[in-house]
Design a protein around this ligand. Structure first.
Ligand SMILES: [Zn+2]
Length: 672
């Protein structure tokens, strides 16, 4: 049988790949990769780069590409047969990946190679690849004796079970909750769309009236708009005491997860789980991440208090001098009222200036201006849907750096959201291959697809990931493109969002879809003013989560600190507007930290870290020209082209001339 997945060439024959090709191709390539890896592990010296790391890189290249294509097709044009094929092969493929750093033969070969004169004289990118590979193996326990290895395996097994249990408890206890409101009068304040959704929800469950749940849209609508404070309180309390009783009690589970993570870090020779997690990140240690969070909090506190005083005064304006202090379930509600009073920003009016096609062209034009590249359509390339288009990205010498597909509109077979998928991270002179997906509302009734401003930012964000992937010029595939530290990977994407609020950049693409007028200055300034509304509160909320995450994974000890929920509540309270009730237990529903063996554990800080990086890096454009090609070319050469071939802090310093500072972020937020 001809199987196109076994003889892939460019362009990828998307018109020929069928579900029935998938499992046989993966099985064949799995066997090939396993045999290649076994051969390296069993090989005898003398060892060279090519016979060790080089061979390891090659061993799974075809398998990676085919898995990447299947995963991609599962996201953009899934069918039950495709999903079945994917699910059938996934466990074996994952097992192969996770077995690599635990393979004692491979470890022996790599260590022996690392002691050769060739290894000592490797050029810097290959040297880094060797060091990082050895470190990855060590982080998986390759250097441990067999007792310790068994201990580690047992910890990992238990962590995987118990974090799954945590997630299920959150899901189950959330799903058990509902509020049924019989009378529409009880829904005062809620927008019609939220009422309609609640009515549909009740009907769907065979009930009368309006049904509210802890699902995000329902919860947010009540906390933001419901005039009935008792209604808001009821749903807020339910949300913040999820999974704290009965058979779905996560409280003992949180303590157990922390204990297991600490034990894992200790077995591997780290002081605590934060140091273990951050060892291969830009932040390097838990202490560094903590210092960063502390500094940002100190610089945010006074604005935070000012915003809180303003909010309370606003309540008194509405309800008189005797208005009671704000409770946790009042904050979002009054903040929304204040926002409306301050900013008459009509998102729909703004939308008319952001046709999706123009925004996409705008991202292209910006990349061409800044990075001296050219983006041109490619015709006659097989695609998975007739709406999908392909483009080529070329440098000024007409060398093709990458090809990418653009898939803009939703389909039933496509997952929701926006993303960039790097199909092939290539080593020069080969070209990269990528997919760029959005789910913009399709053109309808003679109107083009119009984006909200935040959707334009999302488009630019994902396009930034795409540029990071396609502009990569790294000579080792495993270190290429977006395969960088978790607290660095959002710099190339988030920096792109900055241009969406700059006049000079907006003039490249923001045009009214009927009149072709550029975005009026009054709309732009209103838009930019609205962005800083209650910025200190939003920041403190994120900092609270980051602080609690680090404290739990660095400092917390049950003997010294007692009940883990009370410990977390004390920390979160310092970042909140209103006093929490005694039973406040946000931690018991904190999926980011506890819903996965690793997830965002000890990594929540990276959201803010990335914002600091992107604001500070963009600061150079602000200083030297928002559309400056010379700054752009430096960003391309010193950051975008480098992947993980150098330490991310060195890349940042090479571009910015110094280490990151928080000032630019505070300024952008109107806080500094
Ligand atoms: Zn991103």
């Amino acid at each position: 049988m001809q199987n196109p997945l076994l003889e892939l060439r460019r362009p990828i024959p998307f018109d020929q790949i069928r579900e029935e090709h998938m499992e046989p191709a993966v099985r064949a390539l799995l066997a090939e990769a396993t045999a290649a890896i076994d051969a390296i592990a069993a090989s005898q010296g003398p060892y060279t780069y090519d016979s060790t790391l080089g061979a390891l890189e090659r061993s799974s290249e075809k398998l990676e590409l085919v898995m990447s294509l299947i995963e991609h097709l599962e996201s953009v044009s899934t069918t039950p047969a495709l999903r079945a094929a994917y699910n059938a092969v996934l466990p074996d493929v994952s097992a192969l990946w996770s077995s690599i750093p635990l393979n004692p033969g491979l470890w022996r070969v790599l260590v022996e190679f690392s002691n050769t004169p060739e290894a000592a004289a490797l050029e810097p990118t290959r040297r880094r690849f060797l060091d990082k590979t050895l470190a990855d193996f060590r982080r998986s326990g390759a250097q441990l004796d067999s007792d310790k290895k068994e201990q580690l395996k047992a910890i990992d097994r238990e962590l995987s079970l118990i974090t799954t249990r945590f997630s299920q408890n959150v899901l189950d206890s959330s799903n058990e909750f509902e509020i049924l409101v019989e009378d529409e009068a009880g829904l005062a304040g809620l927008p019609d769309s939220a009422k309609q959704a609640a009515r549909d929800n009740a009907q769907h469950k065979g009930k009368s009236g309006y049904r509210f749940t802890l699902q995000a849209p329902s919860l947010t609508a009540v906390l933001t708009h419901a005039d009935d404070r008792g209604f808001r309180e009821q749903i807020w309390r339910a949300q913040n005491t999820r999974a704290t009783s009965g058979e779905h009690d996560n409280r003992p589970i949180v303590a157990k997860i922390l204990e297991l993570r600490k034990a894992k870090a200790n077995v591997l020779g780290f002081r605590d789980f934060a140091d273990f997690q951050l060892d291969d990140r830009m932040a390097k240690t838990g202490a560094d991440a903590k210092r960063f969070i502390d500094e940002l909090r100190e610089r945010t506190e006074s604005a935070f208090e000012r915003e809180n005083r303003e909010l309370f005064s606003f309540r008194k304006e509405l309800e008189g001098e005797s208005a009671p202090a704000l409770e946790p379930w009042d904050v979002t509600y009054y903040a929304e009222k204040l926002r409306r009073a301050r900013f008459a920003l009509d998102e729909e009016e703004l939308r008319a200036y952001f046709p999706a096609e123009l925004a996409l062209k705008g991202a292209f034009t910006l990349a061409e201006r800044l990075y001296d590249v050219r983006i041109e359509p490619v015709s006659g390339v097989p695609v998975w849907d007739p709406e999908v288009r392909a483009y080529r990205l070329l440098d000024s010498a007409n060398v093709e750096l990458g090809t990418f597909y653009v898939d803009l509109y939703p389909r039933e077979t496509k997952r929701s959201g926006a993303w960039m998928h790097g199909l092939v991270a290539a080593v020069p002179p080969a070209a990269n291959l990528a997919v760029f997906c959005l789910n913009a509302s399709p053109p309808a009734g003679g109107k083009p697809s119009l984006l909200l401003h935040r959707d334009v930012e999302t488009l630019f964000h994902e396009f930034g990931h795409l540029l990071h992937h396609c502009l990569s010029r790294v000579s080792v595939r495993s270190l290429a493109g977006t395969r960088v530290a978790q607290d660095f990977v959002e710099l190339p994407s988030q920096i792109m969002e900055n241009w969406c609020s700059e006049r000079e950049a907006l003039d490249l693409f923001a045009r009214h879809y009927e009149t072709n007028e550029p975005l009026p200055t009054v709309l732009l300034s209103r838009m930019n003013a609205a962005r800083t509304f209650r910025a200190a509160n939003m920041q403190m909320r994120q900092l609270g989560f980051a602080a609690v995450d680090l404290a739990l994974h660095i400092d917390y000890s049950p003997e010294k600190d007692g009940d883990v929920l009370a410990y977390a509540r004390d920390i979160l309270q310092k970042h909140a507007v209103a006093p929490f009730p005694e039973d406040y237990a946000m931690l018991a529903g904190f999926l980011h930290l506890f819903g996965h063996p690793v997830g965002y554990a000890a990594g929540y800080y990276s959201y803010k870290w990335a914002e600091v990086l992107d604001a500070d890096a963009f600061g150079r454009f602000k200083e030297e020209g928002v559309l400056s090609r010379s700054v752009g070319l430096q960003f391309r050469d010193r950051v975008l082209a480098r992947g993980d071939s150098q330490d991310p802090m060195d890349l940042f310093v090479a571009f910015r001339g110094r280490k990151p500072r928080v000032d630019a972020l505070l300024k952008r937020q109107g806080l500094g």
